[in-house]
Design a protein around this ligand. Structure first.
Ligand SMILES: C[S@@+](CC[C@H](N)C(=O)[O-])C[C@H]1O[C@@H](n2cnc3c(N)ncnc32)[C@H](O)[C@@H]1O
Length: 301
């Protein structure tokens, strides 16, 4: 393990995610927000990177080992937010065709099929005892064009919320959607009945709030419509800051520590600092840690 950078609020560790997690103390993170390399999609040009395994099963086993160790590092009331998209069997073939990554075996008869990678990883984590609390759909307002004419292009990615215990720290109020003026009242109350929650608004004299209504705003639900982060030449797969922000606001107690074992440019770290949390980022690529450090120092300044 190499300590790449450390200050009062930020620790960047260089090396393999599993190796480094093994060296971290029990229960030292309050929240994990991460997006691992997707299977067979792109290479980060570093030996030991995940996503280049010969089979989906090997990839799932690698991530399973990482999150088994991450569970020990996560506080017992902590949350894990996992952004992980699927890939097609054909992606493996194009990967070897253009000479990046290892020549990979496609599962027999599975060319062109979605490989159900997120589902396989979720099942593995479930078998390890993780509790799957949400499957959030990140609905993208825009996405890369795909040259296909025999299927639909993909416009969403899943984000899974896992916990290790049934009871855990979760601040729904921090991510509630503020009700639009005049749009919070959907029901009708009986004449003379008091209005619940002391809510006021147009039509308040005769209406009651719907089940979805709360004085602090509505539960945002499990479909999040967000634009993808603008990806410069620096990194291919940057997480949208707003996505990280919702996970951290809801899933990390104020002043707590956010861990990202696949830190990249540390989008999660920058958001964590902005929200008054601390950050531990792990990445196998020194080049991405360079970018991460620059970004984090700017945020902290
Ligand atoms: C999808 S990117 C993460 C992007 C990040 N969320 C951001 O916003 O910049 C995945 C990252 O995992 C890193 N990575 C790949 N294999 C790794 C390994 N074995 N251990 C640690 N990091 C690894 C890559 O270098 C890459 O930066």
């Amino acid at each position: 393990m190499t300590l790449y950078h450390q200050d009062e609020r930020v620790t960047l560790l260089l090396g393999d995610a599993l190796d480094i997690l093994r060296s971290l103390p029990d229960a030292s993170a309050d929240c994990i927000v991460t997006s691992p390399p997707y299977y067979g999609l792109r290479t980060y040009g570093v030996a030991g990177q995940y996503g280049q395994e010969d089979t989906p099963a090997e990839y799932v086993a690698a991530l399973r080992a990482v999150f088994r160790e991450a569970r020990r590092v996560l506080a017992s009331d902590g949350t894990l937010w996992l952004n992980l998209a699927d890939s097609y069997g054909s992606a493996i073939e194009s990967r070897s065709r253009i000479g990046i990554g290892n020549p990979a075996r496609s599962e027999p008869g599975r060319r062109k099929s979605l490989q159900l990678i997120p589902e396989r990883v979720c099942l593995a984590l479930y078998d390890d005892g993780w509790i799957l609390r949400n499957k959030i759909v990140w609905s993208k307002t825009s996405c890369m064009p795909e040259r296909v004419s025999d299927r639909l292009r993909s416009k969403h990615e899943p984000v899974y919320l896992f916990t290790s215990r049934e009871r855990y720290w979760f601040d729904l109020d921090a991510i509630r959607e503020k009700a639009k003026a005049g749009a919070t009242w959907t029901g009708r109350k009986a004449a003379g009945a008091p209005s619940r929650h002391g809510l006021k608004g147009p039509g308040a004299q005769e209406a009651v709030p719907s089940l979805a209504t709360h004085p602090n705003g509505a539960n945002p639900g499990d479909v999040w419509t967000l634009s993808p982060a603008r990806s410069g030449s620096a990194h291919f797969a940057i997480m949208p800051p707003e996505l990280a922000s919702r996970c951290i606001k809801a899933g990390c107690k104020p002043g707590g520590t956010v861990l990202d074992p696949f830190s990249g440019t540390a989008t999660t770290g920058a958001v964590a600092l902005e929200l008054g949390r601390k950050y531990v980022g792990i990445d196998i690529s020194p080049a991405y840690h360079d970018l991460a450090k620059k970004q984090l120092l700017e945020v902290a300044a």
